[in-house]
Design a protein around this ligand. Structure first.
Ligand code: SAH
Length: 475
């Protein structure tokens, strides 16, 4: 199949990288990627295919804009330049979520509601995100607006809800700041409860517009069930669910453990996690709104160990503080879930050098047609534990140059692109890092030749880079 057969905008959008491969080839390609990273340490299990390969994305986001001729368009930012590619339907997105966005585009056009103009920093509708709770059929629509005052709000809502009675809640997120962040801090509930509730592995989960939620429901259930079955958790175990989002994994595992503590940096997601524990009548779980590294260090210092640590970090992987504290705490099992096997391999190498052994590695295809792959690695103390050998290590002796203090340049670029559609150079990142008093690495140190003629990072990109560095806990 050619890229164009799969999707008319495949060349422009850049969201799907494997459109020229049939599904079996995609699976082989991903399996090979994981084998390359983990094959020397463990026999990698066969990749679990996605139950659905089309329409699996339960979260759909579209940027709104206008063409020169004044036509309202919505879609994603073209990967190379900051212009919107108009998208009607996307093969990997939930079809009805696409329909809702198309309806909003039509209503905005017919009612003449102003669309935000990035250059002039004026206008109203900037982005729309639709999230679907597939097991309950609930829909959350978030409308990101450049101003708080919503023109023709009642009429807009009434037409939208009439066209899509399946929408259960509508939230307005106000982002009146110049620059590239999609979401602002202020939110208003326009209709319904402001969140949706889904059911995963028999448990209920409330999801607000800002919380993380796996985008492929069927495969997510496969993954969580696998973790539940293979984590080695016993009835007497204390478990930590680090990077826990809305508490999904910890709550699912709470049935088979004595006690669970979840840790999550995003306060909204952490609030959801606390509500989710109540919704499911789970009493042996607690959540802390903190950085996972700081949290683990605290537990380790207070001598509050865990038997099993589950970790599910974002793409940049775990921080070195987190990994050090895990080794110090010395849990019997570690379950490492990741959507970026490269950083996962870096982190598990640290763990295997410090007394752990990889028992199992299983890839899951969470994102068909893209080159992303989710992997679960199970590590155990095994032999070392039974002989009660305490592994001593010193960070000074270890080569930790592979770990970034914060995120890599590539990760910052990725985050900026993902959030804003902007491309930023390493030079710009190094300029902002320097402004913040951070190490820039040898290749980005000021050279003798560096002079005032060097391009300086424009304010919009500076803001996006700062946001990314904040996200990665660097500033
Ligand atoms: N385990 C959850 C969420 C995984 S996504 C699930 O399966 O749904 C990763 C989560 O880590 C996100 O919710 C993100 O907000 C959170 N996170 C990012 N950086 C963090 C940090 N430094 N400390 C703790 N949580 C963090």
């Amino acid at each position: 199949m050619s890229k164009k057969d799969f999707c008319p905008v495949a060349g422009k959008c850049g969201g799907c990288q494997l459109t020229n491969m049939d599904y079996q080839r995609q699976l082989k390609f991903k399996q090979a990627r994981v084998v390359k990273l983990f094959g020397r340490q463990v026999r990698v299990s066969e990749i679990i295919p996605s139950p659905n390969i089309y329409g699996y994305r339960n979260k759909v986001s579209a940027a709104f804009g206008k063409t020169r001729s004044g036509k309202v368009i919505s879609g994603i930012y073209k990967s190379s330049v900051h212009t919107i590619v108009d998208i009607k339907y996307c093969n990997i997105e939930n079809r009805n979520a696409d329909e809702i966005i198309n309806s909003i585009k039509k209503i905005v056009t017919e009612m003449n509601i102003p669309v935000y103009d990035e250059k002039r920093q004026k206008g109203f509708i900037r982005h729309v995100t639709v999230r679907v709770a597939e097991n309950t059929g609930e829909y959350l629509v978030t409308i990101v607006t450049g101003e708080e005052y919503f023109p023709k709000k009642e009429e807009f809502l009434s037409v939208l809800l009439k066209a899509h009675p399946e929408i259960t809640t509508v939230v307005q997120n106000i982002n009146n700041k110049f620059g590239s962040m999609v979401m602002g801090d202020k939110e208003k509930i326009l209709y319904g409860d402001g969140y949706i509730t889904d059911i995963l592995c028999g448990k209920k989960f409330r999801i607000s517009s800002g919380s993380f939620y796996q985008i492929n429901k069927g495969q997510c259930e496969n993954l969580y069930s696998y973790v539940l079955k293979n984590s080695g958790i016993k009835k007497s175990d204390t478990v930590i669910d680090a990077y826990c989002g809305t508490g999904t994994i910890g709550i699912i595992c709470s049935d088979i453990a004595k006690k669970v503590t979840g840790c999550e940096l995003n306060s909204k997601a952490c609030e959801d996690a606390i509500v989710n524990a109540k919704l499911n009548g789970v009493e042996n779980i607690k959540f802390e709104n903190d950085d996972a590294g700081r949290f683990m260090k605290k537990l380790s210092r207070e001598n509050r160990p865990a038997d099993v640590v589950i970790t599910d970090p974002p793409r940049q992987g775990c921080s070195i503080e987190f990994l050090k504290a895990v080794v110090e705490m010395s849990p019997r099992e570690i379950v490492y879930i990741s959507c970026e096997p490269k950083t996962q391999a870096r982190d598990t190498n640290f763990l295997t050098k410090n007394g752990y052994k990889i028992k199992k590695c299983t890839p899951f295809d969470m994102f068909p047609y893209t080159n992303h792959v989710e992997t679960v690695v199970l590590l155990s103390k095994g032999e070392i534990d039974s002989k009660k050998i305490r592994v001593e290590f010193s960070l000074e002796d270890m080569d930790t140059s592979g770990f970034q203090q914060g995120a890599t340049y590539e990760q910052i670029k990725g985050r900026v692109l993902e959030q804003t559609g902007l491309k930023v150079s390493s030079l710009y990142i190094s300029q902002i890092k320097r402004k913040c008093g951070l190490e820039v690495g040898q290749s980005y140190n000021l050279s003798k030749k560096e002079n005032a003629k060097q391009p300086q990072c424009p304010p919009e990109k500076e803001k996006a880079i700062r946001e990314a560095m904040k996200y990665f806990g660097m500033i």
